[in-house]
Design a protein around this ligand. Structure first.
Ligand code: RBF
Ligand code: MG
Length: 466
């Protein structure tokens, strides 16, 4: 017999033994508490919702551990009140491609920048919102008009298409995309790909990502339905081909037309905006998350990710370095958080590839050694910075400043998205909590090995801290 405190998850109201057996998939975080997703195929229409984290209920289950997760079957009674509006349980996931699973924005700037310069015009990244989630025809028409190009929309498309397709091989997966596809694939959750792009383009783009094509039971392109997003057609067709009701589909989308399409199709929609600082525009989405790393499938009745360790998510390590610069002078030192801000010059690509958020890893300082580090990347919502910055906090007391010194970082894990706070005190408290989380996690073997990374070592002259 195990006793669990249910912290969060989706549950059925007033479950009684009549729903027996019901499968809980519980993801223990090691201290006797569990994230819980309840999946009851028999009772889809009953009440569901999120548990308030301070609601504590004790339940006894017979449990059988299975590869780190616990499948619980048994008789139980759950009596509680619903604290959030009801959410529907999803059984399938429908994904958008451009901007959601792959990072197409950089490509757009690349191709259009080169193309427009031939007409003596300069691509202005701010026009990007005119193309997001649009059909190729609409996007092209918007650009021809915005730049007053001396060609028809169709001529523009014919000229630009080959420039695009030769770059498909360079398009990177969005952080978390491979993880998500493997996770749902591994749990037998059916996935569809639904994009405004013509089907051949979809297949061309995903052919450079190993294992993707086989993971989708259904692929629908904009050329296979009467109208593209924001019309619900693409999503409805995807559900039909998946052989499920639209209401049991969870859509993941980066664009506003895409969110509109998913809602019009009667689906649950999680938005992952690809343009920064625009999440307020996604009001019709059921949830807005910062990146795919923040998706919590259990909120939608889907199997939870099991790769979080002690409040941290291991990520593929990445590297960045440069001289330490003075930050925006907000006196982080006064706040007790002396960040060693990195110059972002020359790192615009790396920066655009990584979602804003709180990360951690190891920091090498040329004259001082290697230290634990926690950092934020982004616009600091509390201060609403105009630029995306990298603000590493080295978890060590230094006697003096080290502006100008060469700082190298290896980033090994993710903690949370950047957030806004109602007071500076709560921001500071959260940053300190991040510091403790990172400090502890970096002792785990999966993260501690990176302390010896050659990238850090090669910059350190004095070996006293090695
Ligand atoms: N700023 C925010 O506005 N929201 C955040 O969630 C946030 N998280 C941070 C986490 C860490 C680990 C660090 C080092 C900074 C974070 N910041 C955040 C940035 C912070 O506001 C900035 O560094 C201030 O200058 C600190 O005084
Ligand atoms: Mg998109």
């Amino acid at each position: 017999m195990l006793t669990w405190h249910i912290l969060s998850g989706i549950y059925l109201k007033n479950c009684t033994s009549s729903y027996n057996p019901v499968i809980f998939s519980a993801n223990s975080n090691g201290n006797g508490k569990a994230n819980l997703a309840l999946v009851s195929p028999q009772e889809k229409e009953k009440g569901k919702g999120n548990l308030n984290s301070n609601t504590k209920h004790k339940h006894s289950f017979r449990a059988s551990p299975q590869n780190g997760s616990i499948a619980v079957t048994g008789r139980f009674t759950v009596k509680m009140s619903i604290v959030k509006p009801l959410k529907k349980l999803a059984s399938c996931v429908i994904l958008d491609l451009d901007g959601t699973l792959i990072n197409t924005d950089a490509l757009l700037s690349d191709v259009l920048g080169g193309f427009l310069s031939k007409y003596g015009k300069q691509w202005d990244g701010r026009e990007v919102h005119k193309t997001l989630g649009k059909t190729p025809l609409e996007a092209a028409a918007a650009i021809v008009e915005a730049y007053d190009l001396p060609c028809t929309t169709n001529e523009f498309i014919s000229a630009i298409n080959p420039l695009y397709s030769e770059k498909w091989c360079n398009i990177k997966a969005q952080p978390g995309a491979n993880r998500l596809i493997k996770h749902f694939g591994g749990h037998g959750v059916s996935m569809a790909l639904a994009s405004n792009s013509p089907r051949v383009n979809i297949e061309g783009k995903i052919s450079f990502h190993q294992g993707w094509k086989e993971s989708f039971s259904v692929i629908i392109g904009g050329d296979e339905v009467a109208s593209g997003k924001p019309s619900p057609d693409i999503y409805l067709e995807a559900a039909k081909k998946l052989n499920v009701e639209p209401s049991s589909c969870l859509v993941i989308e980066d664009s506003i037309p895409g969110v509109t399409a998913g809602k019009a199709a009667g689906m649950e929609v999680v938005a992952v905006p690809s343009i920064p600082k625009q999440s307020n525009l996604y009001t019709s989405a059921d949830e807005v998350i910062n990146s795919l790393l923040d998706l919590k499938p259990e909120k939608w009745g889907l199997p939870p990710f099991q790769d979080w360790v002690e409040g941290t998510l291991p990520i593929e390590s990445w590297y960045i370095g440069g001289p330490v610069i003075k930050g925006l002078g907000r006196g982080s030192k006064v706040l007790g958080i002396p960040t060693a801000n990195l110059s972002t010059e020359g790192y615009s690509t790396v920066l655009s590839e990584h979602p804003s958020g709180v990360y951690f890893g190891w920091a090498g300082l040329s004259t001082k050694g290697v230290f634990k580090m926690v950092m934020s990347i982004g616009w600091n919502p509390y201060f609403n910075n105009p630029e995306k910055t990298i603000e590493p906090w080295l978890l060590h007391d230094f006697a003096e400043d080290f502006y100008g010194e060469d700082l190298r970082l290896v980033i090994v894990g993710y903690i949370r998205p950047e957030a806004n706070f109602s007071s500076i005190e709560s921001l500071i408290a959260k940053i300190h909590e991040d510091g403790r989380t990172a400090e502890k996690a970096l002792d785990l073997p999966i993260y501690s090995t990176y302390r010896d990374d050659p990238y850090l070592k090669s910059c350190v002259k004095d070996s006293s801290n090695l």
